[in-house]
Design a protein around this ligand. Structure first.
Ligand code: MLC
Ligand code: AMP
Length: 517
């Protein structure tokens, strides 16, 4: 138990790791061909204090939700750090989300503050005010907007608010197999314990430089990458968006790179990726989606580096990792390595009994990194935990005799596309509401760039002449672009088993060659 004097605020731990030289560069966000744009550690400390003071001035109840849908920028990181400092709960939202999605998140989370891009202020503020949000600010990726304008009048000194380890730091919405998204509640202790384990396990050291190329509204870019660099006092080379050419050009200045498999696939497609380009890299890490063994091998052949694959999720942050140090074992392609120190991981059969090594079953986990539950969904939370406190991940896998974990599938009906999760149930729900649609089934099929993409198969109501492309175009108005199936087929009937359930495995089989490389 923490005592009243120990502040478990995550920001306090990150701040304590800043280097002694506060004028050193913490983040270099210079765009190719652009003016130098660098932030020192002192800039991070002072500017996040100003935003934290702005939040304080609003006199919000403790642990208010601060919902943020803005383009990736260093200022968005400052807002995240400020939220931690001020003792509120950060709620990041993918910029691809459309009004129906934002409406749900804001209605469900009831944020006290919403921060959006200046261009979206009209529709976002309407949704927010309707949901009872009192404060809506704007933040552009060029430092424009009311958030920074208001913060510029605030003091640049701020003591992090006292927080206990199990106080909430962030809520990440993850879609559900039955449609509606659930807010995974992560505490200061969840995030800090995971960041500390990864710092040690991945051998973060003095002089490390992280090339930060991922979005910052999900676990990978916001926690694994950002916390990794901050907790090590390491400089980040900041990319507002991933571009393989720019990434390869920046690699020689970096020692650590983290990406979803699509980032590796896209860099491999560029001949500029050579051994020389990666000469200073210490560690390449992949996660969020399965890394194909071909990508693992091609990367090894081209660069001489063995990608370290790890496995995690929004509810748990990181769970397993291939070893960094040779003495801990080899990095095995196709596996996600060993449970991280402090993580209990077991594989169980349908009755919940642990299976012997090598056998396949549901993956369950327990540890200080496992979340506090789903926001305002106590029943859903209870369903997802076992009596002895293990969280049911919904992933299916096995652990071999040497302890390596392999993910072989998912019991949840989920498509992972370019590292983003897409839940067929959500897409089908929207499609089924469209005029003329009797029923739909969305399945994931292999894709050379995104790993997997969605394909929709539709049946029309009697007499309706469905146009698949027109339906997809209409869907775009309602859902984030990465969720839109890449193809739609109108058919007479869907394959069903004797219980009448649609046999998605047959649809996947039928369409698996659609995007063959
Ligand atoms: C973009 N598009 C996608 C897509 N991303 N389609 C399917 N899946 C995706 N992931 C489509 C858009 O709809 C659009 O199509 C077209 O591609 C161009 O859009 P874009 O935004 O310009 O794409 P691009 O910049 O190329 O983005 C690709 C990407 C991005 C791979 C860089 O998807 C990305 O950053 N992925 C990383 C996701 C991530 O960080 N996941 C971590 C989750 S945390 P159209 O037709 O609309 O024009 C997690 C836990 C863990 O899972 O373990 O880490
Ligand atoms: P999210 O809910 O977006 O956090 O996604 C988490 C899911 O991504 C996990 O439950 C896994 O299904 C998947 N995932 C993450 N890392 C890996 C990996 N290395 N290999 C396979 N699947 C992964």
């Amino acid at each position: 138990m923490s005592t009243a004097t120990e502040n478990q605020n995550l920001y306090a731990a990150l701040r304590a790791a800043f280097p002694a030289d506060l004028d050193a560069v913490a983040i270099d966000a210079t765009e190719p061909g652009g003016q130098p744009l660098r932030y020192s550690w002192r800039d991070l400390e002072r500017a996040s204090a100003m935003v934290a003071n702005l939040l304080d001035s609003l006199e919000l109840p403790p642990a208010s939700r601060i919902a943020v849908q803005v383009e990736k920028s260093v200022e968005a990181v400052l807002l995240y750090l400020a939220t931690l400092r001020a003792g509120h709960v950060f709620l990041p939202l993918n910029t691809a989300y459309q009004s129906a999605e934002i409406g749900y998140f804001v209605g469900n989370a009831e944020p006290a503050v919403v921060v959006c891009s200046p261009a979206n202020h009209g529709w976002v503020s309407k949704i927010a005010f309707k949901a009872g949000t009192r404060h809506v600010f704007t933040l552009g990726d060029d430092r424009s907007g009311t958030l920074l304008e208001r913060a510029s009048h605030c003091s640049d000194q701020h003591a992090p608010v006292q927080r206990a380890a199990d106080d909430l730091a962030a809520i990440l919405y993850t879609s559900g197999t039955t449609g509606r998204s659930k807010g995974a509640m992560l505490s200061h202790g969840n995030l800090l314990s995971n960041a500390r384990v990864l710092k040690d396990y991945w051998g973060w050291k003095e002089g490390d430089v992280l090339l930060h190329a991922l979005p910052i509204f999900h676990v990978h870019g916001l926690f694994v990458a950002l916390h990794g660099a901050l907790l090590n006092g390491s400089k980040m080379l900041w990319m507002a968006r991933f571009d393989p050419k720019v990434a390869i050009a920046k690699l020689p200045e970096a020692t650590v790179f983290m990406g979803v498999p699509t980032l590796y696939v896209r860099m491999l497609a560029d001949p500029a990726l050579t051994k020389d380009a990666v000469r200073n890299i210490r560690l390449f890490i992949s996660g969020s989606a399965p890394l194909l063994i071909e990508t693992f091998k091609d990367w090894q052949a081209r660069t001489g580096h063995t990608i370290l694959e790890r496995y995690g999720m929004s509810e748990t942050a990181m769970l397993t990792s291939n070893p960094y140090r040779a003495e801990d074992g080899e990095r095995r392609g196709g596996t996600v390595g060993f449970p991280l120190p402090g993580v209990d991981l077991r594989v169980v059969d349908d009755a919940g009994q642990a299976v012997p090594p090598g056998e396949i079953g549901g993956i369950q986990v327990r540890g200080p990194n496992v979340f506090q539950g789903y926001w305002r969904m106590p029943e859903k939370t209870a369903e997802e935990f076992t009596a002895d406190g293990f969280f049911k991940t919904g992933d299916v896998g096995r652990v071999d005799a040497a302890g390596y974990v392999t993910i072989v599938g998912r019991s949840k009906d989920l498509i992972i596309s370019g590292g983003y999760n897409v839940y067929p149930a959500e897409i089908e729900g929207f499609l089924n509401e469209m005029p003329g649609v009797a029923e739909s089934a969305v399945v994931g099929v292999p894709h050379p760039d995104f790993g997997e993409v969605g394909v929709a198969v539709l049946i029309g109501k009697p007499g309706a002449a469905l146009d698949g492309d027109a339906l997809l175009a209409a869907l775009r108005q309602q859902l984030a672009n990465f969720k839109i199936p890449k193809r739609a087929f109108v058919v007479e009937s869907l394959p069903r088993n004797t219980m009448g359930k649609v046999q998605k495995n047959l649809l996947r089989e039928q369409h698996k060659g659609l995007f063959a490389a």
